[in-house]
Design a binder for this molecule. Structure first.
Ligand SMILES: [Zn+2]
Ligand SMILES: [Zn+2]
Length: 142
């Protein structure tokens, strides 16, 4: 049986390997996780995989466009498998929770630069910062 992940890998000419499939599955189920979390999730599926192998898989999948790396200022790099739609992120300043924000007009880029300096712009990366509902509901520590 061919999975969607196998089809995705073949479409970008990457060999289908268990670590690559495990990384794609981990990111589908757990969007916006950092590298350490990806390693833990993949090792739950493929216990023999090394840290370096997971790093290599993340780089290969990111380079191939199957995975998107995001790194809001001052936070660890996170990975997600929702790619190609130029969506944005809202980040909690307190706990680092991240949620997706759809592109506001539906097509990338969804923002128009006031001056493009002659560049052909194909992506706009916006990070909204704030306080997540959990943190907003928590009593303020004193
Ligand atoms: Zn929070
Ligand atoms: Zn996202």
């Amino acid at each position: 049986m061919t999975t969607d992940f196998e089809t995705q890998l073949r479409a970008v000419s990457l060999r289908v390997t268990r670590p690559r499939l495990a990384v794609l599955a981990a990111l589908r189920d757990h969007p916006h996780v950092d590298t350490e979390t990806v390693i833990a999730l993949v090792r739950a599926e493929v216990p023999t995989v090394s840290h370096q192998a997971v790093y290599d898989v993340l780089r290969a999948l990111t380079d191939a466009g199957l995975v998107r790396r995001i790194q809001p200022a001052g936070t660890l790099a996170r990975y997600e498998s929702r790619v190609g739609d130029n969506h944005h992120h809202v980040v909690c300043r307190s706990c680092g929770a991240i949620a997706d924000v759809d592109c506001v007009v539906g097509h990338a880029p969804c923002l128009t630069a006031s001056n493009d300096h002659g560049f052909v712009i194909d992506e706009a990366e916006v990070v909204f910062w704030g306080t997540c509902p959990d943190c907003a509901a928590a009593p303020t520590p004193r």
